[in-house]
Design a protein around this ligand. Structure first.
Ligand code: 2DE
Ligand code: MG
Ligand code: MG
Ligand code: MG
Ligand code: MG
Length: 324
């Protein structure tokens, strides 16, 4: 599976989005375009803005607003990545040094703030109060997800429901909003707007489950970021929850030492991956991702077959295939 159909579907629109992105990273303050473009031109997939464009196409939208909304979505995403690498103390992003390693944490946070401001300016220019509501709500919910994650860090008593609430917020909410605004612009019936939102929400959950599986089961070369970041930070993700729950007393003591006391060495990471393999924790996390991917696909049932629907279906398979 690839994103080929999605890329082809939105090709002309995406060229316009890229032009808007380039123009809107501009500032007389030289460090702003420098830092922003380091990340924006580092080979991201542009998945979220493509979803906005594809849902607008699915809904038969005829105007221009989708271009600026898609650019807003990518700016929000870029802002979250700049902030995320500061919060997570990550060194690598998309195969390059994270912006914070080159310009520092302060610059990363502040350029993220600039992009967030630009995103909201573009939403205002589009003029849909409903879309402004959806995307500004998403900004709040993303932050809530991150704060919930912070509160749950190093706590092996975290439940699967707590974990799910975190990933719904920090990741799936932006996917949901990106898709919903496409249908809202087209002024489709509420059921179709809700279907696009549900597609994005479930795809986003699947996406983060795969991301969390890859943090243990992936390779640095393929990920473009370091494996084991979550472990070193004491993040309680589903692979950890499953291995912890399935482990014996000795294994649980190991997880508690590593995660609760942040005492994880490179050898500990190897042992963690070994325990996850033994208990099928990574495989079952990917299996859970497949479950949410199937729900995402089902959400589109009320739309007739066509190129937009086919591209969105394939996008689900692509996100799941990242796990292999
Ligand atoms: C990805 O999680 C989640 C990203 C959301 C980050 C949001 C922050 C709040 P990961 P990776 C920090 C900022 C909110 C704004 C600007 C509205 O697993 O593995 O850390 O790619 O992602 O590092
Ligand atoms: Mg991170
Ligand atoms: Mg993070
Ligand atoms: Mg991650
Ligand atoms: Mg991480």
């Amino acid at each position: 599976p690839s994103l080929e159909a999605l890329v082809a579907l939105v090709k002309t629109d995406m060229e316009r989005v890229n032009a808007v992105i380039l123009a809107r990273t501009g500032s007389d303050v030289a460090m702003i375009p420098e830092v922003a473009n380091h990340l924006i031109s580092s080979g991201g997939k542009r998945l979220r803005p493509m979803l906005t464009l594809a849902c607008a196409a699915l809904a038969g939208y005829r105007g221009d607003g989708h271009v600026k909304l898609a650019a807003s979505v990518e700016f929000m995403h870029t802002a979250t990545l700049l902030h995320d690498d500061v919060v997570d103390e990550s060194d690598m992003r998309r195969g390059k040094l994270a912006a914070r390693k080159l310009w520092g944490n302060e610059a990363s946070v502040l350029v993220g703030d600039f992009l967030l401001g630009q995103a909201f300016k573009m939403m205002v220019e589009v003029g849909s109060m409903t879309c402004l509501d959806i995307l500004s709500t998403a900004a709040c919910v993303i932050a809530e997800g991150e704060v919930m994650q912070l509160a749950a860090a190093k706590n092996t008593a975290t439940s699967e429901d707590d974990y799910l609430a975190v990933i719904r917020g920090k990741t799936a909410e932006l996917f949901a909003a990106a898709c919903e605004v496409g249908a809202v612009l087209a002024q489709r019936p509420k059921a179709e707007q809700a279907a696009c939102r549900s597609y994005g929400m479930n795809l986003g959950i699947a996406f983060q489950l795969v991301d969390d599986a890859l943090d243990y089961g992936g390779s640095q070369a393929k990920l473009g970021k370091n494996v084991g970041d979550d472990f070193r930070e004491g993040k309680i993700t589903l692979p950890v929850l499953l291995a912890f729950r399935r482990g014996d007393e000795k294994e649980r003591a190991f997880w508690q030492r590593c995660l609760e006391n942040s005492e994880a060495s490179a050898a500990d990471l190897d042992q963690a991956i070994g325990l996850m393999t033994k208990h099928r924790a990574i495989a079952d996390t990917v299996e859970r991702a497949r479950h949410y991917g199937a729900i995402a696909k089902d959400a589109l049932a009320l739309f007739p077959a066509g190129p937009a629907k086919a591209a969105l279906m394939e996008a689900v398979d692509f996100c799941l295939s990242r796990a292999h």
